[in-house]
Design a protein around this ligand. Structure first.
Ligand code: GAR
Length: 195
């Protein structure tokens, strides 16, 4: 059985979908949920599933990313995950940290990468008058929102869509895509998922 740690920053809706998927004949199980925000709503959701959930507040570390990551790493080494899923984790990780988990760390990003790395992806897709948008699950490498793409799901952009409309439409697909990719990845299958 593969052990999965999930890193979040907020509501944790993707984390919940991942956790709910890891039952029955699924080759993985959740062992830890970590958040850089100790007040993240997702931590209590994880606890309600009986999963150890820990907040490691990044703020006391200031600009010292390495010290923050050392604190994260201590929790991770104790939980011994085979796979780390970033699920709405809004801190940039250093190359040093990523290297230690490379090939074992996934991220979900709310755009059709390589389009719109970084923040405000929905607003940027609307501003570009794109006709479609979506989300991507990829392996994490030292470059931000880069790394081998494991799956993508597309949604249409409709006339008069607001940023919120589009974010909600993409999130529905995130909730399908990430569990599908994680199941495959847990079985050492890196074939591309297209939804
Ligand atoms: C999701 O839309 C995820 O794709 C995005 O944050 C949201 C988290 O929602 N991630 C990023 O923007 C990463 N740069 P959730 O906490 O409800 O899963």
């Amino acid at each position: 059985m593969k052990r999965v740690a999930i890193l979040i920053s907020g509501s944790g809706s993707n984390m919940v979908k991942l956790v709910e998927s890891m039952t029955g004949d699924h080759p993985a199980r959740p062992v830890l949920v970590l958040s850089n925000d100790p007040d993240a709503a997702g931590l209590d959701k994880a606890r309600s599933f009986g999963i150890p959930a820990v907040g490691v507040d990044h703020r006391p570390f200031g600009k010292d990313r390495a010290a923050f990551e050392k604190a994260l790493q201590d929790h991770l080494l104790e939980a011994k995950p085979d796979i780390i899923c970033l699920a709405g984790f809004m801190r940039i990780l250093t190359a040093d940290f990523v290297r230690q988990w490379q090939g074992r760390m996934l991220n979900i990003h709310p755009s059709l990468l390589p389009k719109y790395r970084g923040l405000n992806t929905h607003a940027r897709a609307l501003a570009s008058a794109d006709t479609e948008h979506g989300c991507t699950v990829h392996e994490v490498t030292a470059e931000l929102d880069d790394g081998p793409i494991l799956g993508q799901a597309r949604v249409p952009i409709l006339p008069n869509d607001t940023e919120q409309d589009l974010a909600a439409r993409v999130l529905v697909q995130e909730h399908r895509l990430y569990p599908t990719v994680l199941r495959r990845f847990s079985a050492q299958d890196r074939t591309l998922v297209l939804l």
